[in-house]
Design a protein around this ligand. Sequence first.
Ligand code: RNT
Ligand code: ZN
Length: 421
Amino acid sequence: MNREIISGYRKASEKYADCGIDTDLIIDSLENTALSVHCWQADDVGGFENAQSGLEGSGLQVTGNYPGKPRAMDEFRDDLQKVFSLIPGHHRLSLHASYGDFSSGFPGRDKIAPEHFQSWIDWAKDQNLKIDFNSTFFAHPMVKNGYTLSGFDKDIRNYWIEHGKKCREISSFIGQNLNDCCIHNIWIPDGSKDITPSKMEHRTLLKDSLDRILEQPYPPEYMKDAVESKLFGIGSETFVAGSHEFYLGYAIRNNLILTLDIGHFHPTESVADKISAVYQYLDEVLLHVTRGLRWDSDHIVTLNDPVTELMQEIVWSGKLMNTHIGLDFFDATLNRIGAYVLGARNTQKALLQALLLPSDKLKELDRQENYFERLALLEEFKTMPFGAVWDYFCLKNNVPPGDGYIEEIRKYEKNVLMQRK
Ligand code: RNT
Ligand code: ZN
């Protein structure tokens, strides 16, 4: 098996070399590109606070009740460990604030502190992982009629401003302890189901709340802030305060990272096309790679056109080093670990395919205005032996190549997940 993979790789790399592509170099850059793996697929966006009010009013919905969901933090971590063992390369964990270690009691979102994330830091050190962070502005009784930072109620806004401040402090603490930059992402659900004449007021309030959250500077080597837009959510079909234009402007003005969740736009809108546009004004982008389907934004990533086109644009724009590749999907209808592994590996495969394109040649054809050959070359590369390179990449990183992860997941399901009653 291994020998077959190695000889398959040799043949493939000769083919790519004929087109001027060095597959060894590409494997290096794929290996050096970490995914920020979201913690919330593990338990259907549940978290570890006791007082859960579900996702109602958050614009999010998780469906399914597949057995084997982790019941406590240690099981949750076991599952994550299994996930990371099946994804080639070194990756990051994207934690939501609601996943703190509240074993000593949950103090309220406005009072969470670095200490609640100490055991995550210890675990991450042990696992050789870095951590990114997300404030949690949903699934909580203080979300009032769907509003948090942009609502009319001052007490509600102040509560969430406090939460945002605490999350930034925690992010910086994590970054300092792991000697790395922890990216703190802000997404709020705020919006309304129907026609909202006070959009201007809500957006002005949002701007003001964000200004207050971001007042305190932190060293950028330990933490940076990102803001995530959305076009609409479930129950906020007409109005979402944090729209793309709102956050694009806010990120540019305040020198923040812009989060592009590829499920947060109109279904025919290309997020790939935005890359070279927003990078004219921004230094860094955080992606939430996902699969939008009709009105829902959070299906498991497949190797589809939106993802491959996005990766191509990142590579062609020369912005791979500036782009943080986060995942964001949740599906409770199937094996949750399988969901993670598929989504992560497909994201990597899309990047690998993009890296394996003859970009210099394609750009030369651009300059020569030879549009037939440009398209023909792109089409020919769709049937190049990229699978052989992928398998070798897996082998090199000690994870199962091909479909070998399926058997691993089957075993874990039988021996671990199904034992949780
Ligand atoms: C919601 C956003 C956001 C969430 C997570 C759980 O539409 O995509 O990123 O999915 O914060
Ligand atoms: Zn997202």
